[in-house]
Design a protein around this ligand. Structure first.
Ligand code: NIG
Ligand code: FE
Length: 413
């Protein structure tokens, strides 16, 4: 489809075409063109600029007077594919139980794993597709989705095949990650496995199929004092080296056990969560290419500290924002709300938040060449807002959907 959008109030995210990621002070600039046009052709951005330079020809045209356009959000950390929900645990937490206590009693990730095991791939795809539709309507164009509620080879592969099947029928770009080490299941404990030997077992058992069927682009593990420790991380690092699948690691959500230092040293693509940071962890990330992915809606929902966005930005880190959409710690996936929380709770500026939710999210998936900014030749994944005064307004007026239309691969959703 060819389309020209004219009289765009602000066309945002117009970074130089070779921009890969933004760090430090550069993050605080979300460049935009006032009163702009943009044309798309064959699913790509063909041309854009100020209205004074808008070409006149027969291309079908939409007048966007009063509305803004920006790149679709790139949500680089989610667990969108799961079965059932966990509002009963939400109730328990409100009555005083902690996330970790619920997990220790067999709830949490193990609860979701039971539901995944009892649900067919088709049914799980159906449940997940309803969530995905809502995300697209709220502005998400690219979404990373992790496995990790399977906890045995058969069910992990079932989750990854569900992501693949969903990607085939969706206009959103879904990027699958094999979350090989999320919680130690009872069957593994019964066989005498510990966190490290279970991680190695899962990697050895699943990776050949994962690679044959092209089921994952990244590897992940939940590196925490009470989940998977540094020996397990070493197995993930070795598997990443052998398979060529880059690492995206859950780390420093509750405790600092040195996982960030080790992940950065191993060249991980991203370290995600970072609610609890030590000076050593911050030093390891200083100026590093490993992206610091912050998940404010998880902090909000669990009532745990927020990631230290300001310190990370001052330490010249590449900060990305993502939803962590999952049934336990962030049962919502709205990137507009995540941007608002990043501003109100972590003191990021609206410009920083919008960059962290677009171009830096793309960088956290190695997709900056195709996604996350407005540049000629990039995928036409665009958001048309409702009538709003400015792009910054997206981060300011929370709780309503400011997106009127999501365009993905040049197609209106
Ligand atoms: O990223 N922290 C580990 N995994 C998820 C939560 C999983 C769950 O509670 O179901 C997260 O927060
Ligand atoms: Fe997560």
């Amino acid at each position: 489809m060819n389309l020209r959008l004219i009289n765009i109030k602000q066309l945002g995210g117009v970074h130089p075409p070779d921009t890969i990621a933004l760090r430090g002070k550069a993050l605080d600039h979300f460049p935009f063109i006032e009163n702009a046009y943009l044309t798309l052709r064959d699913g790509k951005i063909e041309d854009f600029g100020p209205m004074t330079q808008c070409p006149q020809d027969e291309t079908p045209t939409q007048d966007l007077t009063g509305r803004c356009v920006l790149p679709a959000f790139v949500d680089s950390h989610s667990h969108l594919v799961y079965a059932g929900t966990r509002e009963q645990e939400f109730n328990l937490r409100l009555k005083g139980a902690s996330y970790e206590e619920i997990a220790a009693a067999g709830g949490g990730i193990l609860n979701s794993a039971g539901r995944v095991a009892a649900t067919t791939q088709n049914e799980m795809q159906h449940q997940s597709s309803l969530r995905l539709e809502r995300l697209i309507a709220s502005g998400t164009g690219t979404l990373e989705i992790k496995s990790g509620y399977g906890l045995d080879p058969e069910n992990e592969l079932k989750m990854l095949r569900t992501i693949k099947a969903l990607n085939e029928v969706s206009n959103a770009t879904l990027v699958p990650t094999f979350l090989a080490a999320h919680a130690l299941p009872a069957w593994a404990k019964a066989q005498g496995m510990n966190d490290a030997s279970y991680t190695k077992y899962m990697l050895d058992e699943c990776l050949p199929t994962v690679q044959n069927e092209g089921l994952a682009g990244f590897l992940d593990g939940f590196i925490e004092r009470d989940y998977f420790k540094l020996d397990a991380l070493q197995h993930l690092i070795d598997a990443s080296t052998n398979s060529g699948l880059p690492l995206k690691i859950h780390v420093n959500q509750f405790y600092d056990i040195g996982g960030i230092q080790m992940a950065v040293e191993a060249g991980a693509l991203s370290v995600d969560h970072l609610e609890v940071m030590s000076p050593e962890a911050l030093r390891a990330l200083h100026g590093s290419d490993t992206i610091a992915t912050l998940l404010p809606s998880c902090s909000y929902f669990l009532g745990i500290p927020y990631g230290p966005a300001r310190e990370l930005i001052e330490n010249d880190c590449v900060v990305a924002l993502a939803t962590d959409y999952n049934p336990g710690s962030s049962p919502g996936g709205n990137m507009q709300l995540v941007c608002n929380m990043a501003c109100t709770q972590m003191k990021m500026t609206p410009a920083e938040a919008l960059n962290a939710a677009t171009i830096n999210g793309a960088a956290a998936l190695n997709l900056s060449e195709r996604k996350g900014s407005i540049a000629v030749g990039k995928d036409a994944d665009l958001l048309i807002t409702k009538t709003i005064p400015s792009l910054e307004y997206l981060c300011y007026d929370f709780g309503t959907n400011h997106i009127q239309t999501t365009i993905l691969g040049g197609q209106t959703q």
